[in-house]
Design a protein around this ligand. Structure first.
Ligand SMILES: *[C@@H]1O[C@H](CO)[C@@H](O)[C@H](O)[C@H]1NC(C)=O
Ligand SMILES: *[C@@H]1O[C@H](CO)[C@@H](O)[C@H](O)[C@H]1NC(C)=O
Length: 370
């Protein structure tokens, strides 16, 4: 579960208006049942654009528009596939070394790299990022300002020192992160512009688990993930007795979010003064849902059995949340994998050079130190 949380958090600093992102997530795991040991996922603006895993051993586009890269570069996927394979071997060595370092003889372990960049298409500003995780926790992080690695864990200190002493590799990756990856991102944003810039409005419903539970205003199916949802009373945004949920991805690429309102101290006559407002970035008209008892979806009382009041809906919501977490986790997993590749933008530094010794700092560091 730690892994899932980690990835969820990573996903959150996605887009603000005008900001595009490229993330490659590379994941090497050991002893995870029914899962390829190595996966790379690449995402542009949090939409998965390519995927590689150690079962298929092929890097493949996940969006039709991502395949437009072959118009300029017909061998793109084949070339990148070769890099993915190199990276896979490299990462296999890394996880072995890490297990050794942590005195781990078996069990489930996961080593991840994330590498990518952000680009603000209004100011032109670009920022590269990379991060290494082991078993769901930060293992090494890279400070963009000083171009050095930081080790939050004691076991990473030797690796960090090795990597920070490798001036050539640091310089190389600096170029990858500030030039190659942003160029790659710009190219793919251009290919996917009409899809990435689309807006889709959600369906909004009011849900209540039990007669005394808060009323949840639930919006699902919107795109992109830049949205706000809040409760209003007499036209004024409410901040008390309100609980705002996170924006979560649906399996179809759209998003959902909710905001709960605790009505325990509100008299029935006052209900009509409340409404839920959903606002999607870039869309002028908000979706406004009046608080109306008859519009609330509940499950209690349907069977006429008061004992079960609210339970079924609660259970359904619970299952949905768990599924969402899984989806998020899986998506994140893939993302991480992809990062590694990114040498050309596509392969964030580690992959590309990893095989040749260059920056794949992680690899070098890990190998050197063991
Ligand atoms: C691994 O084992 C060695 C020797 O038993 C010990 O000194 C070291 O602290 C252990 N490392 C970890 C991470 O537990
Ligand atoms: C709703 O608010 C009341 C008091 O105003 C509080 O006692 C109750 O615990 C709250 N319910 C939830 C689910 O937060």
């Amino acid at each position: 579960m730690k892994i899932l949380v980690f990835l969820v958090l990573l996903g959150l600093h996605s887009a603000a208006a005008g900001i595009h992102s490229l993330k490659n997530i590379l994941t090497m795991s050991s002893q995870v049942p029914n899962s390829p040991e190595f996966v790379i996922v690449g995402m542009v603006d949090d939409v998965q654009i390519y995927h590689y895993d150690s079962n298929t051993r092929r890097l493949e586009p996940k969006q039709d528009w991502a395949n437009r890269v072959t118009e300029d570069d017909p061998q793109f996927w084949e070339r990148k596939t070769a890099r993915c394979l190199d990276t896979q071997h490299l990462f296999k060595g890394y996880i072995k070394n890490l297990k050794h370092r942590f005195n781990q003889t078996g069990g489930v372990h996961i080593f991840q790299w994330m590498i990518g960049c952000e680009w603000d298409d209004e100011t032109g500003e670009v920022n590269g990022f990379r991060q290494v995780g082991y078993d769901g926790e930060d293992f090494l992080s890279w400070d963009v300002k000083t171009n050095t690695w930081i080790a939050p864990k004691q076991q990473a200190v030797i690796i960090k020192n090795n990597w920070n002493n490798d001036e050539a590799k640091l310089a190389y990756y600096k170029n990858v992160l500030t030039q190659e990856l942003p160029d790659f991102l710009k190219k793919f944003v251009n290919y996917g512009r009409s899809s990435l810039m689309r807006t889709e409005l959600p369906s909004v419903s009011l849900l209540q688990k039990t007669p005394s539970s808060p009323v949840s205003c639930f919006a699902t199916g919107f795109y992109p993930d830049r949205a706000e949802i809040f409760w209003r009373k007499d036209g004024e945004e409410l901040h008390e007795n309100v609980e705002l949920g996170e924006i979560l991805p649906n399996h179809d690429g759209s998003f959902q979010m909710n905001v709960d309102l605790n009505l325990s101290s509100v008299t029935p006559e006052d209900w009509r003064r409340y409404e839920c407002v959903f606002h999607l970035s870039g869309v002028k008209d908000d979706i406004i849902t009046k608080l109306d008892k008859t519009a609330i979806q509940t499950n209690w009382g349907k069977t006429g059995d008061g004992r079960d009041g609210g339970f079924p809906l609660g259970a359904v919501i619970g299952v949905v949340v768990v599924l969402l977490l899984l989806v998020v986790g899986i998506t994140g997993f893939f993302l991480w994998k992809n990062k590694k590749k990114g040498k050309d933008g596509f392969q964030p530094a580690n992959t590309s050079d990893a095989s040749s010794s260059s920056p794949s700092s992680s690899s070098v560091g890990v190998q050197n130190t063991t």
